[in-house]
Design a protein around this ligand. Structure first.
Ligand code: MN
Length: 300
């Protein structure tokens, strides 16, 4: 199933004919704040599934272009992100470490935005803001210390994700924390629809120019390893998001750019980049140009 959020917190299922509104079944769309309805839906999904499937078959679909899609999980307990998880990206960054021996960092849940939201560039003159195309994993179950071989029971589904970043040498979390620096969407594809998440092709274009093209088979720390590593440290909760790392081809975006991410079997997002007038900080007072070493894209 494809689970979408739309029009101020309503929840729908994406089907061939469009979008089936299942807000009543999901207990969503009543303007609650914080909007944690998607977390409960994910937790209770197995029990609600028969009702959801019936709704998908019997209810009238809304045309997809008649709604405004929103990020599927707006209040995750945490967004876990793995740095340098493709060798070719490690090479282009000149990084001597990999996710396997480095662990993860966290992005603030407030950085999460949706498929219809623009990416707002902060006022950081002398700095580059880069795109990082990533597969997002949505956790489905509360768990701690999960053995890697049991990873499937913890995964609810998958989404496209962009880990936006101000390049520099300051704290990684600080550089990746701005609002709209974590677009997730356009919906969640449930795990049962993707038999081999370790063989997904992923591409990112800026204004039609292919910048990133890779396959999740090249992940250094694989999906079972990422779930196990995160759950070794923290209790994972339904709706937690894992940013699995970006492949080679990262680069700057500027005001007016159009960024497109496509992940096979998952979906696609087209995001506008706009220059905001917020976000100036002394931390980024010094100019910095990242010494990116261009790599050949491995998976065209
Ligand atoms: Mn990243």
């Amino acid at each position: 199933m494809k689970v979408a959020r739309f029009d101020n917190g309503r929840i729908g299922l994406v089907v061939d004919a469009g979008l089936i509104d299942v807000s009543d079944i999901a207990g969503a769309g009543d303007g609650q704040w914080p909007d944690t309805a998607p977390l409960r839906l994910i937790r209770d999904f197995a029990a609600l599934r028969p009702q959801l499937e019936e709704a998908a078959q019997t209810r009238q679909a809304l045309p997809l272009d008649s709604v405004r899609l929103e990020t599927p999980v707006p209040w995750p307990n945490k967004v876990i992100a793995y740095p340098v998880n493709y060798h070719a990206h490690g090479k282009e960054m000149g990084a001597g470490y990999r996710a396997k021996n480095q662990g993860f960092f966290l992005k603030p849940p407030s950085s999460v935005s949706g498929p219809a939201d623009a990416i707002e560039l902060p006022v950081v003159p002398g700095r580059e803001v880069h795109h990082e195309a990533e597969l997002g994993i949505i956790i489905g179950k509360e768990c701690r210390d999960l053995p890697p071989e049991n990873w499937r029971e913890a995964v609810f589904g998958y989404a496209c994700l962009m880990d936006m970043v101000v390049r520099g040498r300051e704290e990684r979390v600080f550089r990746k924390a701005y609002d709209t620096f974590c677009p997730v969407g356009p919906w969640i594809v449930t795990a049962d629809e993707i038999e081999r998440p370790d063989q997904l092709s992923m591409k990112l274009w800026v204004n039609g120019e292919l910048r990133q093209a890779a396959n999740t088979r090249d992940l250094v720390l694989d999906i079972p390893g990422m779930v196990a590593t995160a759950s070794a440290v923290m209790t994972l909760y339904p709706g937690d998001i894992i940013a699995t790392g970006t492949p080679e081809g990262v680069g700057p975006v500027v005001d007016g750019d159009q960024v497109r991410i496509v992940i096979d079997q998952v979906g696609e997002m087209n995001l506008r980049v706009i220059q905001g007038n917020r976000g100036a900080t002394e931390v980024f007072a010094d100019a910095y140009v990242p010494p990116i070493m261009k790599q050949e894209l491995t998976d065209r």
